[in-house]
Design a protein around this ligand. Structure first.
Ligand SMILES: Nc1nc2c(ncn2[C@@H]2O[C@H](COP(=O)(O)OP(=O)(O)OP(=O)(O)O)[C@@H](O)[C@H]2O)c(=O)[nH]1
Ligand SMILES: [Mg+2]
Length: 319
């Protein structure tokens, strides 16, 4: 099933910014291709530059429209931008993203913008290892900023936040949102809060609500980042400059005090653990297929051994 991959050539083309090579590398990630080990090793020296931004918010809040606005803004500043749309609920990329593709149409032919989608269901711990790898591809391709947006339903917002350097929490006017935000723990994960659809009634009240909740939380403690709360009308590209300024400020703050490094280590912990668990599960499957577990289980039932000793033997066989 897996075609032979000329990894050094692909990596070189991706580094030169060839969109097809970038797309191909991301589909290798999506399909958990065996060549990934070599791909990641080759990419590593060329990564670490991109500022990874996660956008989270309830369905329809304007994540895609805001992404489009931010890309416009970042392009004006001459930045090279990657957009990674992750669909954790689907094993297939494509269809579900059509709407988003159209909304990103402004940038579809801009060589300074990479827009890629990726499905991650069906991999064990899929999101936790596949997203960092896709981000690494875009990073090595020279992106200054990468925006990660989730699509589809049921995504874990907190999980997405764990994959980004800076997390934007997108809200829309309306009292309910503030309360929902607190409930969902969104207050804790946001580095920049954006009240989008500020052309609607109640935007200022929602801004006040969120500011109030931040003021009441432990996020005002000395030494912590105090998240700004901004207003946008993404559909009319209004407020994008302020959001980008806040993102830059957050990046500078994180770099200066070591937060960026700590966050990235925490992210790599998840990635490495996910790879270890996937490997263990795969070896466990092999043992099971060879009836090694069954042999031990039978010994337990026949009282020739106890379950702990049986587990010890299985563990020894995993190595
Ligand atoms: N009035 C108004 N509408 C907006 C604004 N921004 C986005 N919209 C509209 O809100 C709708 C949803 O926007 P999207 O960007 O698709 O929202 P999303 O969060 O990506 O949605 P999902 O990916 O489906 O969760 C679209 O019809 C947008 O045109 C805004 O600032 N004002
Ligand atoms: Mg969307």
């Amino acid at each position: 099933m897996s075609r032979a991959v000329d990894v050094p050539a692909l990596v070189e083309q991706a580094r030169a910014g060839a969109p097809r090579a970038v797309a191909r590398l991301i589909s290798l990630v999506e399909s958990a291709h065996p060549a990934l080990r070599e791909v990641m090793a080759a990419l590593m020296p060329h990564t670490g530059h991109a500022h990874v931004i996660g956008i989270t918010g309830s369905p329809g809040a304007g994540k895609s429209t805001t992404t489009n606005m931010l890309v416009t803004q970042l392009r004006r500043a001459g930045k090279r931008v990657g957009v990674l749309a992750v669909d954790p609920s689907s094993p297939f990329s494509g269809g579900a993203l059509l709407g988003d593709r159209i909304r990103m149409g402004d940038h579809a032919s801009d060589p300074g913008v990479f827009i890629r989608s990726m499905a991650s269901r069906g991999h064990l711990g899929g999101l936790s290892w596949s997203t960092p790898q896709a981000l690494r591809v875009l990073d090595a391709a020279g992106c200054d900023v990468i925006i990660v947006e989730t699509v589809g339903v049921g995504q874990s917002e907190v999980e997405i936040a764990g994959l980004a350097d800076t997390t934007i929490v997108l809200l829309v006017p309306g009292m309910g949102d503030g309360i929902q935000a607190a409930k969902a723990g969104i207050l804790e994960i946001g580095d920049v809060f954006v009240v989008n659809k500020a052309d609607r009634d109640g935007a200022d009240a929602t801004v006040r609500d969120i500011r109030h909740m931040i003021a009441m939380s432990d996020r005002t403690e000395p030494g912590r980042w105090r998240p700004p709360v901004l207003k946008t009308v993404a559909a009319r590209l209004e407020g994008g400059a302020e959001v980008v300024a806040a993102l830059d400020e957050h990046a500078a703050w994180m770099t200066a005090n070591g937060t960026l490094h700590r966050r990235r280590v925490a992210r790599a912990v998840n990635e490495v653990e996910a790879l270890v668990l996937a490997e263990l599960r795969s070896r466990m499957g092999d043992l099971r297929e060879g009836h090694r577990v069954e042999e031990q289980a039978a010994a337990v039932v026949e009282r020739r051994t106890d379950p702990y000793s049986a587990a010890d033997r299985v563990l020894a066989a995993l190595n």
